[in-house]
Ligand binder design. Structure first.
Ligand code: PHE
Length: 464
């Protein structure tokens, strides 16, 4: 490597900091990946699409597209060594490519901002539910009253705004402390805690709930339930759950020291993320079935159905509280990664990190109000790919980001990495030890990912 690259590297580290080890990168990226997507979205999506068949499509998308694109995104981030927008500029210069490719950085930054705006509102619900369960608000109540409590919460913009604000504040405090003192410290404590809570809940599901029914629901496939809508949701969710296609992984990759091997960092992230989604399902469905409830509730699955179960099962106050703490921890470590691309970009413009964080945070908070009012005053219904959506802007932002922006961002990343970057540069970055793995990766990013995602997109545009 030339001296000038080393100088750039020193400047970069001085400006942003970097992960102190491979393990910290894995924890941070896993923290980004494991979030509301795994514990809130995945189970309700599987519930709505009949379980097993959805899970299979999702797993195929993760293995065939998720892992190779994750490796591509980390490589581009570390090679570009700046916020996604500026990293793309550096890479374009290196590859002598068209300026158009900066779009990857811009669209990613925008997607992260949009996702966090609603993510924070939902995380706010989880915060409320920690207190509700801990205070025994559900204990012994009939189902309709527990559902009534959720309905009352989302009907009250004032309450939603308060909890949305609390969560945004939690996120901004971590971000303002920077990569090493903020992000790294947060994941160092939150990730092990998250794993411990997950194991405790799993123990409950296996020993006390209807575990077998949960297993059957998740792993016995009924393909007749699979529609184009659920297929496309599974693909979009593969990007969402791995935090792909929007620069979060790219900027985390930029903070990855040069000497760390990318595939050995990427595989554990994918495994951990998939495992948490499956385990979340294996915790939630056994509890739902053991209490004679239905899994197909949609977004309210864990805020209505699960609390009914917590209300009637022995020890429900304890287990319920643990569940919602888990959810908040997971959401927290994901939320910080959603706006890190934007913050890094503003820092590179010469602003202080604190000012950047609060500027981005305020803007995200404000935009989040669209989601707040989607559940009450401004609710409207529409249909998308055969799925009926009833929460206006919230659903629209979710679809725009996870079904459109992330998959498109993801294939652009794959194409840029596979076709535009000089092969030698990517080879150096990835440093794959086996030529078979190198071939598999090349075929995936050059053909499988772009063609697979394009076919789904074309179907979508043609109106299936
Ligand atoms: N992966 C996160 C989740 O599953 C969401 C996320 C998407 C985070 C994109 C960062 C970037 O909840």
């Amino acid at each position: 490597m030339s001296d000038s690259t080393n100088d750039n590297d020193t400047n970069f580290v001085a400006q942003h900091g970097q992960w102190s080890s491979r393990w910290m990168f894995i924890m941070a990226a896993t923290g980004s990946a494991v979030g509301l997507g795994n514990i809130w979205k995945f189970p309700y999506m599987a519930g709505k699409s009949g379980g097993g068949a959805f899970v299979i499509v999702y797993l195929i998308c993760i293995a065939l597209i998720g892992l190779p694109v994750l490796m591509a995104e980390i490589s581009l981030g570390r090679r570009g060594r700046q916020s996604p927008i500026n990293a793309m500029k550096n890479l374009i210069a290196e590859a002598k490519a068209n300026k158009f490719w900066v779009a990857i950085g811009w669209s990613g930054m925008l997607a992260g901002f949009l996702i966090l705006s609603y993510y924070s509102v939902i995380a706010g619900w989880a915060l409320v539910y920690i207190f509700k369960t801990a205070l025994g608000d559900f204990a012994g109540l009939p189902a309709d009253q527990i559902q009534g409590q959720f309905a009352a919460l989302v009907a009250d913009p004032f309450q939603l705004i308060i909890w949305h604000s609390v969560f945004m504040l939690m996120v901004m405090i971590v971000l303002a402390r920077g990569v090493e003192r903020g992000l790294e410290v947060a994941v160092r404590y939150l990730m092990p805690a998250l794993m411990a809570l997950l194991v405790m809940l799993l123990y409950y599901a296996v020993t006390q709930a209807d575990f077998q029914a949960g297993v059957d629901f998740l792993f016995v496939a009924d393909f007749s339930q699979l529609t184009f809508g659920s297929f496309i949701s599974a693909m979009g969710h593969a990007f969402f759950t791995l935090s792909l296609g929007m620069g979060a992984i790219m900027v985390y990759g930029a903070y990855l020291p040069k000497n760390i091997n990318i595939i050995s960092a990427a595989v554990p992230i994918v495994v951990a993320d998939t495992l948490v989604a499956i385990l979340a399902g294996l915790i939630i469905f056994p509890i739902v079935f053991a209490n004679g409830l239905e899994p197909a509730a949609g977004p309210s699955l864990i805020f209505e159905t699960l609390p009914i179960a917590f209300g009637q099962m022995p020890g429900g106050t304890f287990w319920g509280t643990i569940f919602f703490v888990l959810l908040v921890f997971a959401a927290w470590t994901s939320a910080i990664s959603l706006v890190e691309p934007a913050i890094a970009w503003i820092v590179e413009k010469g602003w202080s990190r604190t000012v950047s964080v609060y500027a981005v945070g305020m803007l995200t908070w404000l935009f989040g109000l669209l989601t707040v009012f989607s559940f009450n005053d401004w609710a409207f219904e529409f249909e998308f790919a055969g799925l009926v959506k009833s929460n206006g802007f919230f659903d629209a932002i979710d679809i725009l980001t996870s079904i459109i922006m992330l998959p498109i961002g993801g294939i652009l990343i794959a194409i840029f990495c596979g076709w535009i970057m000089p092969r030698a540069a990517i080879k150096e970055e990835l440093a794959l030890s086996s030529s078979r793995v190198e071939k598999w990766w090349g075929v995936s990013v050059r053909y499988v990912a772009p063609i697979g995602v394009s076919i789904v997109m074309i179907y979508l545009i043609l109106g299936n």
